[in-house]
Design a protein around this ligand. Sequence first.
Ligand code: ADP
Length: 181
Amino acid sequence: VSAPVFWFLGLSASGKSTLARAAIDHLRARGGAGTGVSRWELLDGDTVREFLTPDIGYGFADRRRAVRVMGLLAHTLARQGIGVVVANIAGFQDLRAFMRANIPGYVEIYCSCPLSVCMDRDPKGLYKRHLADGLGDVVGLDIPFQEPETPDLVVDTATVSLETSLLVVRTFLDERGARGR
Ligand code: ADP
């Protein structure tokens, strides 16, 4: 039986990492209680890039590859009974459909936030940097972000406070943590 894979997606600065980190803390603190899954791994885009850089960049094709690599890692861990929380933009509808079809415990959590708000937040200075260096490769500007059509949970991080967003995520995990989808 595959463990759940909770995939947080959304634009850069939409709140994926923040909510994914809170999710993994919550799931680990809960231990195996009622779920049978006692080990949880966090797969952040940056973690994966530590191993792939400089052989992977931020262009269209490389971003697609990164999604597939994270999907493969998540799938492999989940098959061994290790629960996974992923934080990745994942703006490609076909790849998300592929994950849903191929990862039994796949659960999609959409951090919904307008690009303008994300660009204002810009906690890592990513929008500023990419716009300044003229290279483009900004998801939402140069690379299209396709909104998820069938997310399992939507957190509207632009209008809902961080505190409430965390509560919404924890409640959802408590309901779904045991069985994934
Ligand atoms: P991402 O991983 O999507 O690039 P981060 O989690 O790194 O985004 O950054 C999101 C920023 O937005 C953080 O500074 C976070 O504190 C802030 N933020 C404000 N409101 C929310 C919310 N409701 N949910 C998540 N993050 C929020």
